[in-house]
Design a protein around this ligand. Sequence first.
Ligand SMILES: Nc1ncnc2c1ncn2[C@@H]1O[C@H](COP(=O)(O)OP(=O)(O)OP(=O)(O)O)[C@@H](O)[C@H]1O
Ligand SMILES: [Mg+2]
Length: 364
Amino acid sequence: MKLDSIILYNFRNYHKQEVIFNKGVNFFVGNNGSGKTNLLESIYFLAFAKSYKTSEINLIRYSHPFARVQAKAQDTLRSFELKLILSESGKRAMINNVEIKKLSDYIGSINVLAFLPEDLMIIKGSPRDRRYYIDLIYGQMDRHYLNELGSYKGLLKQRNELLKQLAESPKPDILLLDVITEQLAASAKKIVSFRKKFVDRINMSLKTMYQFISDKTELFEFQYRPSIEENIEAIMKSKYKSDLLMRTTNVGPHRDDYDFMINQKPARDNASQGEQRIMVLALILAIAETIYNIRKERPVFLLDDVFSELDEKRQNRLIKYLSKLDAQTIITTTTLDQIEPSILNQAKVFRVFNNSIREEQYNG
Ligand SMILES: Nc1ncnc2c1ncn2[C@@H]1O[C@H](COP(=O)(O)OP(=O)(O)OP(=O)(O)O)[C@@H](O)[C@H]1O
Ligand SMILES: [Mg+2]
């Protein structure tokens, strides 16, 4: 997947801005607050029809009625044009100037994978943060998982409502609770098996990715910590008393967690800031590898402020790895001081300032 160009109209701080991308590495360099993240966000918006940070209305340039993002892109099969218009009354999406009525048919036309500074939360944050992140990424990769997750969430909501009703009742009808518990357990079993498969697939390349970027031999591993794994229905049924007391379902995939282990110790307690950043990057690269094995196509990498906390050696190792992959990469940074001339010679460098973006000729 490659983006040839993008045009922004009244998107965030940009009035009218065109960018023609390099097929390999693209650097967007500028001071704090110059609009680098906004550019990445426009690509993310084009891919997912939503913002990764705030409510959508903030994407429209202050005091303007609408924002528009359009781009030319190509995948292994075709070249196409995408257009997304956002106004107070909603969103309109077009592919090759044909309006796509259902947004879910539009989403996924371009395949992007983002690294955002807030993604470090998947190591340090709560189980909920990790579940949210993994569900988002895996859901994009596998529609069967997304559908099963939708069913599970629907059943869980019904069961929790029923628990509230039953808890109020002097003589609770357990038969109904049995039925919904059996349905929930059947769905839970599928979710657990999907998540196991996902973690196994990621681990196939995660260790190598981490060792390459970090230039260390430590073992980096992603582990699944299911809330329940075997005999799901029986365990769920054995929890009726506490479920009724707390008026909620106490076990199941909605309580699952994941761990990142470095040499068999939890990374969140042991790894440095820079190491954690490399771990998240290794995870993203491993996800891209898994997607490649399924679809034979690499996503466009959007890497926001990826160099902070990485030393010179690791910055260059990361970019070299991405260049070798022949994947399109869009990177924001405040400085290129530590990037080797051989990399800059093959990349496009853009300067971001005064709410505009200009390509800069690099003469290494
Ligand atoms: N809807 C909007 N209309 C106009 N300007 C906006 C809008 N939303 C945000 N901005 C402005 O965009 C500016 C640039 O933000 P952005 O996050 O892209 O900077 P950045 O280059 O990524 O900075 P940093 O290096 O600190 O990450 C901010 O100063 C903000 O005021
Ligand atoms: Mg930024």
